[in-house]
Design a protein around this ligand. Sequence first.
Ligand SMILES: [Zn+2]
Length: 231
Amino acid sequence: MNILAISDVHAKENQGLYDYLENNNVDLVIVSGDITNFGPPEFAEDFLNKISDWGSMTVAIPGNCDTKEVFEKINKSKAICAHNNVIEYGNLIIYGFGGSNPTPFDTPFEFDDDVIYDNLKKLFNSKKAIKIEKEKKESVGKVDILLTHAPPYDSKVDIIESGIHVGSEAVRKIIDEYQPSISLCGHVHESVALDMIGNTTIVNPGMLENGCGCLIQLDENNNAIIDMIEM
Ligand SMILES: [Zn+2]
């Protein structure tokens, strides 16, 4: 299974993405938020539909710069909205929570860290998640992905220009406690990187506008090969 992770679109498309989808076999596209720049809402629906029309399943969450109207359009689009949701796809289980921990900019989709933590914990402990985890463990094995816009605090993927870590302590705590296989995030544009926390690979693919993305290839034994790519 080939998964393409992108983030921080900010209402700016990149032709490289469409060329990539045209020329490569991508089963799943995951968009980890900030699809727009405080709107327009229509962009989110059009963009996600355009990706889905290439034949890839698309999973998306809103970022802190996406408004309530954008969130509604994600839900209306052909993509699956993973905000506060558990999604099953093939061997994957995706635990999603959009928005970010509070920023100094008072953006539209922010949550206190304790709200992010409580909601993610509920998802990991939900009946749906436990049932899927059990079924997959018994048959094909499973790969779990934590999908958030906010990066985990104190990692290589949450450092702003001044050198300060601005990630979410809730996301960090969830990774420490549940050790998902992969943690996909975005939010901090200048902190494009791969990192590890325990057994979890952390990915901040960077802004789509710059042609940044991450390709995750899963073989039949669920081994993941993770590469930052330029589109
Ligand atoms: Zn952004």
